[in-house]
Design a protein around this ligand. Structure first.
Ligand SMILES: Nc1nc2c(ncn2[C@@H]2O[C@H](COP(=O)(O)O[C@H]3[C@@H](O)[C@H](n4cnc5c(=O)[nH]c(N)nc54)O[C@@H]3COP(=O)(O)O)[C@@H](O)[C@H]2O)c(=O)[nH]1
Length: 885
């Protein structure tokens, strides 16, 4: 090859190499817009191709040659369609401009080499092949063979000359050149790619490093790194502000160089421990913040290793757990309080499944925690709680409101129990309902108590009949219904005849049994729709509903009386009892329950007055009687204050001497409103109302004061008889009062005689026995009044320490005409004397009676024959005269 040809070849090679260098130095790969990048690349390759075409070398004289197809084929292979098209257009244009014999073959060479380059590119991309040296070689070879073939289209006189001239060169050197050039371009491409990746990696690394630092600095936890000697290698902002030292000041120093706060997080021994064991450790320590406030730090220290696994130091994270610890302690206290709470605590999820129960729940229900966890809270349902209550509860809970109420639940052993529950939704920090909390108390005992109280409030404890309150309530309900339906009601007021006497005689226990039996008989004689109740004592009420005519009550009352025609058998004893019944009708006899009851009561009184064991319908006259009783009660209340009460004295005469030896104090009431009222009328009222206690005290005081004068002046042995009613014995001050009056008026016990009737003894109060014993100890005489009228006076005479027997007026009346009465009185006197008692005959009205009594050895007498009850001053005059004789 000639030197000029060689220079041309070198020139072509240099231009081809320049393509890669220029591409690199222009940084075309950095142009992000694809069309711009490919356009510029195409122009650059086109320019280089034109430069190659303008610097050919003369292969043989007259035959010029260049390496354009190498450039164009590599452009197709490396840069793709658009740059190759531009380069082809530019170089073909130049070739056409150059003209000559090879104008078309030269242009075809450019186009074919471009197509072969693009074809190889498509093949490599499609099959994802690597651009190896041998592929580059075959690309070069295929291009050269194509170029050689195209040479056959040269004019005939040149065709073989050219082929002969170029064939060895392009078949031997050009494929190798193409391969080498391609490899250079590939290497450049790889380097460019590696650089770009490195650049990107650096960017990522920097960004991530910044991000990581930012993150670490943003963390509230204290983060630090130390080397093996415990010297700081770095730390985050939180650590800096906690220790009060900048990172730059910390680096290279140990905790020994700083204050306590650093030691709280880690100390040298921790660092050594972590490094030696290569295991993380946790530690907690109390220290102080910069402002001196105490703070609890929890630190985690872990080793960090180099690539070879050698420990390089430790990394530590420490955080403020002061609030967490306080919260834990609060939660612990709270959970212990809940656990030990005396009430059951249940926490469920929103589906009602149990998540927690305390120990009280376990002990109350018998279920262990394990048995109920995850179960539906309805496990305790007994089926006895009304379903509406659960619906009401859920309606409240789903609205976020709390609910309280009672359930009748079932224990594990099947026992039913009452629970008072307060259930509330539990909200989380966002205000969302997450759980339900139930606080429950076993109120079974209270319920039973309530029911008992309710029962007691409505039912009579002895007979289990409705009591006054319930009976009146039912009457009111019946009245409403009767008013609506235009029917009538009969209210029957029942009172047992002489029950008090029977009760007192046979004792209260027997009395109670009689009442129970009587109640059963009454119950059996009315319809279910009627009501029978106990008003108290021996009083019952029967309410007959749905009457059309008043007469319909008549057979019912008759039937009730009939029930008691046969005797009651109690404890083997046959007891015959009768009833007095009063009937009031609604609406005729009253428009309120109390008015009807009052009027039925008046009618009952009338039955009593009419001889008992009978019934009477209420009449207006009865109302008058009842009103009278009411008036007496009202007026008697203040009779003492108004000085309406005074005492009369009836002398008691010694039958042998006919001299006054004593007197009986008898009370009189001259009411300013009602006029003179007989003691027979007002004493029962005073007893009934309890006013007798106050009045009796007045009698004792007045009588003892008055007679003390007579005793001191006229008769030292004078005895004053004072009546005591049963009710007075229930006064705890009775004995003290008597003693105090006797002492204060300078009297002796023998000057006082207390008259008690059988009724006092029959009440069987322990107080009576005790009181009588105390009184007799003080020398006070006790006399049995109205002897002979009661049932068992004789047995009482033996049982109690009586001093005097007062034979009742009813026996004395007829002793002069009735031999039986005289015998009775005679026997009484003998018996009394046999027991060591003195006898006073009451109601002596004639000399004949007096003489008979004297003959029968009666000791004393009182009665109109000797004197009616007279005022104190009159008796004083008599005593004066008697003494002076
Ligand atoms: N607890 C108290 N009871 C008292 C007191 N004062 C009286 N009474 C009791 O009231 C009942 C009626 O008493 P009174 O109307 O006073 O009748 C007494 C005499 O007046 C009456 N009497 C006396 N002699 C005759 C007579 O010859 N004929 C006749 N027809 N009546 C006569 O008898 C009554 C006395 O009875 P007694 O008490 O049984 O001795 C009466 O039961 C009183 O007890 C009082 O302060 N406290």
């Amino acid at each position: 090859m000639e030197s000029s040809s060689f220079i041309g070849l070198i020139n072509n090679v240099a231009l081809l190499l320049a393509m890669g260098i220029v591409y690199d130095s222009l940084g075309l790969q950095n142009i992000h817009q694809r069309f711009l990048r490919e356009g510029i690349t195409g122009i650059l390759v086109g320019l280089l191709g034109m430069a190659v075409m303008l610097t050919p070398w003369e292969l043989i004289p007259g035959v010029f040659f260049d390496a354009r197809w190498v450039l164009i084929s590599l452009c197709g292979l490396y840069f793709g369609v658009i740059p190759t098209l531009i380069a082809v257009v530019m170089t073909v244009t130049l070739r056409l401009y150059q003209g000559g014999a090879g104008i078309y073959v030269g242009s075809a060479v450019i186009i074919c080499s471009a197509l072969i380059g693009l074809g190889w590119r498509a093949y490599i991309e499609k099959h994802n092949k690597a651009l190896t040296w041998w592929r580059l070689y075959f690309l070069g070879l295929s291009v050269q063979i194509t170029v050689l073939c195209l040479m056959f289209f040269m004019p005939e006189h040149l065709r073989y000359k050219i082929i002969a001239a170029i064939a060895p060169t392009i078949l031997i050197f050009y494929p190798i050149g193409t391969m080498l050039l391609g490899m250079i371009l590939s290497r450049q491409e790889e380097r460019r790619l590696a650089e770009r990746e490195l650049h990107i990696s650096r960017q990522i690394l920097n960004r991530e490093r910044g991000l990581l630092r930012g993150l670490i600095d943003a963390l509230p936890d204290h983060i630090f790194i130390k080397d093996k000697e415990g010297k700081y290698l770095g730390c985050n902002k939180a650590f800096q502000s906690f220790t009060g030292h900048q990172e730059a000041d910390l680096i290279g120093k140990t905790d020994q160089d700083f204050s306590e706060s650093n030691h709280a997080i880690t100390d040298k021994s921790d660092t050594l421990q972590v490094i030696n064991n290569l295991l993380p450790i946790n530690r907690e320590a109390w220290t102080h913040e910069q402002d001196g406030s105490p703070i609890l730090l929890e630190s985690q220290l872990a080793p960090f290793l180099d690539m070879d696994g050698e420990p390089q130091g430790i990394v530590g994270i420490s955080r403020d757990i002061t609030e967490k610890r306080k919260a834990e302690e609060r939660i612990l206290t709270l959970s212990q309080a809940v656990e030990q709470s005396p009430v059951s605590v249940v926490i469920t999820n929103l589906k009602g499944e149990v998540e927690y129960v305390n120990s009280t729940f376990e002990s109350v229900t018998g279920y262990s925690q394990a048995e109920v966890l995850g179960k539906d809270s309805s496990i305790l349902k007994s089926g006895k709680t009304p379903p509406g209550r659960y619906a009401d509860m859920w309606a409240k809970l789903v609205q976020g409101e709390s609910w309280q109420g009672e359930f009748q639940n079932k224990k594990k052993n099947g026992e039913i129990f009452w629970e008072q529950a307060h259930i509330a939704p539990v909200l989380d920090a966002e205000g969302e309902v997450r759980h339900f909390l139930a606080v429950k108390q076993d109120v079974t005992k209270q319920k039973a108590q309530e029911e008992k109280i309710l029962h007691q409030a409505h039912f009579d404890g002895l007979t289990e009949l409705p009591n006054r309150f319930l009976a009146m309530h039912r009457l009111e309900t019946m009245m409403h219904e009767a008013k609506r339906n235009q029917h009538q009601i009969a209210v029957l007021f029942l009172d047992m005849d002489d029950f008090k006497k029977v009760n007192d005689t046979l004792g209260h226990d027997m009395g109670d049994k009689i009442l129970v039996e009587a109640a059963k008989r009454l119950q059996g004689s009315v319809r279910d729709s009627d009501t029978i109740g106990r008003l108290g004592g021996d009083e019952f009420i029967v309410l007959i509903n749905h009457l059309e005519r008043p007469e319909q009550a008549l057979p019912i009352a008759q039937n009730l009386l009939q029930q008691f025609r046969s005797s009651l058998t109690i404890d083997g004893r046959d007891i015959l009892l009768t009833m007095s019944i009063g009937i009031a009708l609604y609406p005729g006899d009253g428009t309120t329950p109390s008015e009807l009851l009052r009027n039925a009561d008046s009618a009952m009184y009338h039955s009593k007055a009419a001889g008992r064991n009978s019934f009477h319908f209420y009449t207006q006259e009865m109302n008058i009687e009842a009103n009278r009783r009411l008036q007496l009660e009202e007026q008697l209340h203040n009779a003492l204050d108004r000085n309406e009460l005074r005492l009369l004295y009836q002398p008691v005469v010694d039958l042998k001497t006919r001299k006054i030896v004593g007197a009986e104090a008898l009370l009189r009431w001259d009411s300013k409103e009602l006029g003179a009222i007989s003691p027979e009328e007002f004493i029962p009222v005073a007893e009934h109302t309890g006013l007798i206690v106050e009045i009796g005290k007045f009698v004792l005081d007045d009588a003892l004061r008055t007679t003390s004068r007579w005793i001191k002046t006229f008769i030292p042995d004078f005895h004053i008889a004072i009546n005591l009613s049963p009710r007075q014995f229930r006064d705890p001050h009775l004995i003290d009062n008597i003693e105090s009056f006797v002492n204060s008026y300078g009297l002796e016990g023998r000057n006082l005689e207390l008259e008690i009737t059988e009724g006092v003894l029959m009440s069987q109060h322990a107080d009576v026995e005790e009181a009588i014993a105390k009184l007799t100890q003080k020398g006070i005489s006790i006399s049995m009044d109205d002897f002979g009228t009661g049932y068992s006076s004789l047995s009482y005479l033996r049982s109690y320490p009586f001093n005097i027997l007062k034979v009742d007026r009813s026996f004395i009346n007829d002793i002069s005409v009735d031999a039986a009465d005289l015998e009775l009185v005679n026997a009484s006197i003998d018996m009394a004397h046999g027991l060591g008692l003195k006898v006073i005959a009451e109601g002596v009205e004639t000399e004949e009676q007096t003489a008979l009594l004297l003959r029968k050895n009666c000791d004393m007498a009182q009665g109109y024959y000797f004197s009616k009850p007279i005022p104190a001053d009159e008796l004083e005059e008599i005593l004066k005269k008697q003494t002076s004789h």
